[in-house]
Design a protein around this ligand. Structure first.
Ligand code: SF4
Length: 246
C-alpha cells in the first residue's frame, strides 16, 4: 500500500527505477485503438500520480508487477509504425501511464519520437501526459519542440490544491506544475491543450480551472472527458471522499 498524499517527484524517481532498464521501458500492450478516429497505441507502465479514477490503477500502484516486458525505443517505434501501416492510421500515442518520469524515461520517449519521425514525418504523435515533469523540468519541453507533428494533451487532476491532492494522491503543493507544463509547451510553440474529468470538476471546478488558465488558453480549448464508471473506480473515489457531479 502507499500512504496518501505523497511527493510525486520522489515517486516518479522510484517508479522510473522499476520501469526502466537502461534505455528500455516496460510496456504491456501494443494495439490499434478507436480514439482520435483510429490511433496506434503503446500501453506503458508507471506513473508518479495515483489517480482515484485511473483505469490502469493496479498496474500504476504496482509497477513492479510481473509479466510486462521491457522494450527499446526502436522496438516501440517499429511496433507503432507497423500498426499504422496495417490499419491505415495517421496517429500514434503512448497510453496507460505517464511517459515522462525523469531523465531516463524522457530519453526513451525522445528516441521513440525520433524513430517514428525519421520513418514517417507526417504522423501526428499525441503525447498524453499529466504534465508534472513538463512543469518541473522545462528543459524537457525545449527538446520536444523540435518535433513538428507533436501534440500534447495534459490531463489536469484538480481545479485547486485540495481537489488535486484528492484525485491524484499527490501533495497539494505540486498542483501548479501541470499548469506550468502547459504554459511551457505553448510558449515553446508546441500544440497543447488541457483536459479535465467532468464528474470530478463539475461546472464550478471547470469555471475555476478556466480562470486559472485564462492567460494560457481559451475556455473552448479545454477538453472535457467523462468517467468510465468501473466498480473499482467508484470504490476508489468513495474511499477518497471525492464528490461526483452528474
Ligand atoms: S495521471 Fe493518468 S496514468 Fe497516471 S494515475 Fe492518473 S489517470 Fe492514471
Amino acid at each position: 500500500m502507499i500512504d496518501l498524499p505523497f511527493n510525486p517527484i520522489k515517486r516518479a524517481k522510484e517508479v522510473e527505477e522499476l520501469v526502466m532498464k537502461g534505455s528500455r521501458r516496460k510496456y504491456y500492450r501494443f494495439r490499434p485503438a478507436k480514439y482520435y478516429g483510429g490511433i496506434a497505441t503503446a500501453d506503458l507502465v508507471g506513473c508518479p500520480f495515483l489517480c482515484a479514477y485511473c483505469w490502469n490503477y493496479s498496474r500504476n500502484l504496482h509497477p513492479e508487477m510481473r509479466g510486462d516486458k521491457y522494450y527499446s525505443p526502436d522496438q516501440v517505434s517499429n511496433r507503432l509504425l507497423s500498426i499504422v501501416k496495417r490499419k491505415g492510421f495517421n496517429k500514434v500515442r503512448l497510453s496507460g501511464a505517464e511517459p515522462i518520469l525523469g531523465e531516463q524515461s524522457f530519453e526513451h520517449l525522445y528516441q521513440v519520437l525520433d524513430g517514428i519521425y525519421k520513418e514517417n514525418p507526417v504522423l501526428d504523435f499525441i503525447l498524453e501526459t499529466n504534465g508534472l515533469l513538463l512543469g518541473y523540468e522545462p528543459r524537457f519541453v525545449r527538446r520536444l519542440s523540435q518535433f513538428e507533428g507533436l501534440e500534447v494533451r495534459i490531463a489536469l487532476k484538480g481545479f485547486d490544491g485540495e481537489s488535486f491532492e484528492g484525485i491524484s494522491g499527490s501533495e497539494r503543493r505540486f498542483f501548479d506544475f501541470p499548469v506550468k507544463g502547459l504554459r511551457n509547451l505553448i510558449r515553446n510553440g508546441i500544440s497543447a491543450w488541457p483536459a479535465v474529468m467532468y464528474e470530478t470538476f463539475g461546472p464550478e471546478g471547470i469555471g475555476k480551472i478556466n480562470k486559472k488558465l485564462k492567460e494560457i488558453c481559451r475556455p473552448e480549448e479545454l477538453e472535457i472527458e467523462y468517467l468510465e464508471p468501473y466498480a473499482f473506480v467508484l470504490e476508489n473515489l468513495k474511499n477518497r471522499s471525492i464528490p461526483l457531479y452528474t
